[in-house]
Ligand binder design. Structure first.
Ligand SMILES: Cc1cc2nc3c(=O)[nH]c(=O)nc-3n(C[C@H](O)[C@H](O)[C@H](O)COP(=O)(O)O)c2cc1C
Length: 188
C-alpha cells in the first residue's frame, strides 16, 4: 500500500515534521510492502492557481510542478496531511496545493468526468499549533479538498499548545497506529 504524505512545515525539526517521521516509521513497520510518496510543500513550491480556465477546457494544468502528486493521487490508498497552523489556516505553500486541486472540480463539473480520481484514499490529518484552540477552520477547508482528491478523513490529530509545552509523542504514535490499523484490519 502506498501512502501519499503532504507536509506543510518549513521546520525540519518542528512538531509536524516529527509527527510525519513517526507516521513514516510506523507505516514502514506495519508492512515491508508499504511505500511512501512524500510531497514537501515548501520544497515543491507549487505555483498558485491563477484561475486561467485551462482545466475547464481539457484535463490538464498549465503547470507541471504537481505531476508527481497528481500521479500519486491515482495510486495511493492512504493520504496523510501534516501541517502547522498559520493564522488559523494552512501555510501558503500548502494552501497553493489545495487550490490546485480545483482541476479535479473542473474535470468533474465542466468536463463531465464522473470520478476523476477512481482510487479512494483514507486520510489522516495531523496539525501542530501554538495555542489551545482546535483548528476547525482547517478541518473544513481540508474536507472540501479531500472530496476532490477522493479521500475520506478517518482521523485527525491536533497537537495544541506547542508554544508552551512538549507534545506527548507516545500518545501521537498511538493515534497514528489506530489510523494504520484501519489498513491492517480492513485492507479494502
Ligand atoms: C506565521 C505563523 C503564524 C502562526 N499562526 C498561528 C495561529 O493562528 N494559531 C496558533 O495557534 N498558532 C500559530 N502559530 C504557531 C505555530 O502553529 C506553532 O509554532 C506550531 O507548532 C508550528 O508547527 P511546526 O512545529 O510543525 O513547524 C503561527 C506560527 C507562525 C510562524
Amino acid at each position: 500500500m502506498t501512502a501519499l504524505v503532504i507536509t506543510g512545515s518549513p521546520r525540519k525539526n518542528g512538531v509536524s515534521s516529527i509527527m510525519t517521521k513517526c507516521f513514516e516509521d510506523l507505516w514502514r513497520e506495519a508492512s515491508g510492502e508499504n511505500q511512501i510518496i512524500l510531497i514537501d510543500s515548501y520544497k515543491t513550491a507549487a505555483k498558485p492557481c491563477i484561475h486561467c480556465g485551462e482545466c475547464k477546457k481539457k484535463n490538464s494544468c498549465i503547470y507541471n510542478d504537481l505531476d508527481v502528486l497528481d500521479a500519486a493521487l491515482k495510486t495511493a490508498g492512504a493520504l496523510v496531511v501534516s501541517s502547522p497552523v498559520y493564522v488559523q489556516s494552512f501555510p501558503a505553500p500548502f494552501k497553493a496545493i489545495l487550490d490546485r486541486m480545483q482541476r479535479y472540480f473542473e474535470e468533474k463539473y465542466a468536463l463531465g468526468v464522473s470520478n476523476p480520481i477512481p482510487k479512494h484514499k483514507r486520510a489522516l490529518f495531523m496539525t501542530a499549533q501554538g495555542s489551545q484552540e482546535r483548528p476547525l477552520l482547517m478541518e473544513e477547508q481540508l474536507r472540501l479538498s479531500l472530496r476532490l482528491m477522493n479521500a475520506t478523513l478517518e482521523r485527525s490529530i491536533a497537537v495544541l499548545g506547542t508554544d508552551f509545552r512538549e507534545p506527548d509523542f507516545d500518545f501521537i504514535r498511538k493515534e497514528i497506529r489506530l489510523f494504520i490499523d484501519l489498513f491492517t484490519n480492513n485492507p479494502a
